[in-house]
Design a binder for this molecule. Structure first.
Ligand SMILES: Cc1ncc(COP(=O)(O)O)c(C=O)c1O
Length: 458
């Protein structure tokens, strides 16, 4: 958008720097809007969809957003539950439930007693945010001043830039995500060293499974990353804050990669590598519109001398986080907090996971199919980023031959296929994101065939 009119009005001069700078980027909305009108096969929508009968027992043939069958029970509540404000940090019951859920997601069993007890004791009580987005915003505001640097991969969710550059007016130090189809750990290390020269802290934002690539580190890559972070922290002697966007946490389809958030391993380190977990019900429990996220900090035993200090520290952090919530959204929508609370009170975690597994199975089949079909395309001008989870795959296009937006336009016009092009040549990105989460398995071969045909036109 050009903002031609607003600039001629007295309103514009009165806008703050943020007010002048902020705008809603068009990219995804533009391509998704066109796909809706023009495409026969749509791979732009980042929510999981399926035929109800494929994920709900006794479901019908309607194409619907995937949901957990238990949710359908909660359409009638007592006004006493849903009318009042919740407390600022969220309903206490659900905060406790989510802490237990985070512990459950660690997959630590009885045999990992010491890991389990450290996790249980040294994480804060999750504070409820307005979706994962608001948690990311909160995490960034808490650690970034204007002009501070944050380290992120070049391939990342576009909204980070909105939050960080336009809103907070902090700066991004990006690194090339992949080197020979593996995570570019040297690239992160170089960025850390550069940023540490000019700042007293290093802030990194990571997201696995990643949007837009679906990348999850292999076990060895994750342990190399952790090793590098440990060594960097010891040498630099500055805190390394790692904001971990776990929006797609449970959706991992391949057992060569890590099977849980990197939060857990970072939390177990004694070094001042401070993980901050940002997760939520959005994708994890398939309730996109519920707008319930959580922010949870990993603390270090060396920071306190005894239990009393630990509890005080947790209270102090909680107070700061609640201060942030109070100043932004005041408190979060109570209706969905009640829904989530009931979901966990009336169903075991195993039951919830079992229901979700039906959707995960659908997504895994699509993941396998789309990777299988894409691999058949023999074209030296494309490459597929490593991917093992989440909702998307990313296909890189040779920028000297095909610009991603030109390709997307051609694909839509001639082959009626909608995808999201990402063309950021200054960050070495030129490719298309395919949201297989919302494409039925039966349509994937045809979708890829049309992409192949479109590639042949260039
Ligand atoms: C990587 C990533 N993080 C966070 C979000 C936003 O989550 P929420 O809807 O809970 O704000 C998205 C949504 O698309 C995402 O792709």
């Amino acid at each position: 958008m050009k903002f031609d009119i607003i600039q001629t009005t007295p309103l514009y001069n009165a806008l703050s720097e943020v007010g002048k700078k902020i705008y809603l980027p068009e990219g995804i909305f533009y391509w998704a809007g066109r796909a809706k009108k023009e495409a026969e096969l749509i791979g732009t929508l980042g929510s999981a969809y399926g035929f109800e009968k494929d994920f709900i027992e006794g479901g019908n043939s309607d194409w619907l957003p995937c949901y957990l069958k238990e949710i359908a029970n909660y359409s009638q509540f007592s006004v006493k539950e849903i009318i009042p404000y919740t407390s600022i940090g969220g309903l206490n019951e659900i905060r406790k439930v989510w802490k237990d859920w985070i512990i459950k997601k660690s997959l630590y069993g009885e045999e990992d007693e010491s890991l389990l007890s450290r996790l249980t004791k040294y994480i804060t009580m999750p504070v409820i945010t307005g979706g994962v987005t608001n948690g990311i915003f909160q995490g960034c505001v808490m650690f970034l001043n204007q002009n501070d640097y944050i380290i992120m991969p070049n391939k990342r969710w576009g909204n980070y830039d909105n939050i960080i550059n336009k809103f907070i007016r902090a700066k991004t130090r990006t690194f090339e995500f992949f080197n020979n189809s593996e995570m570019n750990i040297n690239g992160i290390e170089t960025a850390i060293n550069e940023v540490a020269k000019i700042q007293d802290k290093v802030v990194i934002l990571l997201n696995f499974p990643n949007n837009p690539t679906g990348y999850v580190p292999k076990k060895e890559e994750a342990s190399n990353l952790i090793k590098m972070l440990k060594e960097s922290q010891r040498t630099l002697e500055k805190p390394i804050i790692v904001l971990i966007d776990d929006a797609y946490e449970p959706y991992i389809y391949n057992n060569t990669v890590i099977n849980k958030s990197i939060f857990y391993d970072l939390h177990q380190l004694d070094e001042n590598i401070i993980p901050i977990k940002l997760d939520g019900i959005t994708k994890e429990l398939l309730i996109y519109g519920g707008r319930i996220g959580f922010i949870t900090l990993g603390l270090k035993p060396s920071w306190v001398e005894n239990e009393e200090e630990l509890e005080k520290l947790k209270d102090e952090i909680n107070n700061k986080l609640e201060g942030f919530i109070r100043a932004t959204i005041s408190n979060c929508n109570s209706f969905y907090q009640v829904v989530v609370n009931k979901l966990f009170q009336e169903n075991s975690m195993e039951q919830i996971i079992k229901s979700r597994d039906k959707v995960k199975k659908l997504l895994k089949e699509r993941y396998e199919s789309i990777n299988f079909e894409l691999k058949k395309i023999k074209d030296p001008d494309i490459s597929i980023d490593p991917n093992s989870g989440g909702f998307f795959v990313f296909v890189n296009l040779n920028p000297d031959k095909i610009k991603a937006t030109v390709f997307a336009d051609h694909l839509l016009n001639k082959y009626k296929v909608g995808i999201i092009p990402v063309e950021k040549l200054d960050e070495n990105i030129n490719g298309i994101r395919i949201a297989y989460c919302s494409i039925d398995l039966s349509k994937i071969p045809e979708l890829v065939k049309r992409i192949d045909l479109a590639l042949n036109d260039f």
